[in-house]
Design a protein. Structure first.
Length: 139
């Protein structure tokens, strides 16, 4: 059987086909994929975005993909404010927990203080000498 491999950008119909195939496989094992996006933003008095969080409900977990607070607003509880709101959102949907990954230079202690536990590390990522750290918190 001959196959062709093509490298594409984010092509919607290809992504939809992949998701559909994975959902069919998951359902054979009694696992239903449920997805719902979450986007939070923090603005200053001028309406400028000074922080935000992006994540997605995946199955029964919230996976936080992005969290950022502008330098001048860090250390003032703004990241915590975003995380608390995300946790509230997850609890309202009766999710099992929250997952997030970060890098060793992006203050993983921040998540530990919020009750997250480390579940793994990928060494030399994004490059030599650094680590990607995977964390989760059960709700």
């Amino acid at each position: 059987m001959k196959t062709n491999l093509t490298i594409n950008g984010a092509v919607t119909n290809i992504i939809s086909t992949i998701i559909s195939g994975l959902n069919s496989l998951n359902e054979q094992y009694g696992v239903k994929h449920e997805a719902e996006p979450l986007t939070l933003s923090l603005t200053n008095e001028n309406g400028d975005i000074i922080g935000g969080l992006s994540g997605q409900k995946e199955f029964k977990w919230l996976n936080i993909k992005l969290l950022w607070v502008s330098d001048e607003y860090r250390g003032k509880g703004n990241g915590k404010k975003l995380m608390i709101e995300a946790e509230t959102w997850a609890k309202e949907r009766e999710l099992t927990g929250i997952t997030v990954s970060t890098f060793d230079y992006q203050s993983p202690e921040f998540y530990l203080k919020l009750g997250f536990k480390e579940h793994g590390r990928l060494l030399d990522f994004p490059h030599n000498g650094h680590k990607r750290i995977y964390l989760a918190k059960k709700l």
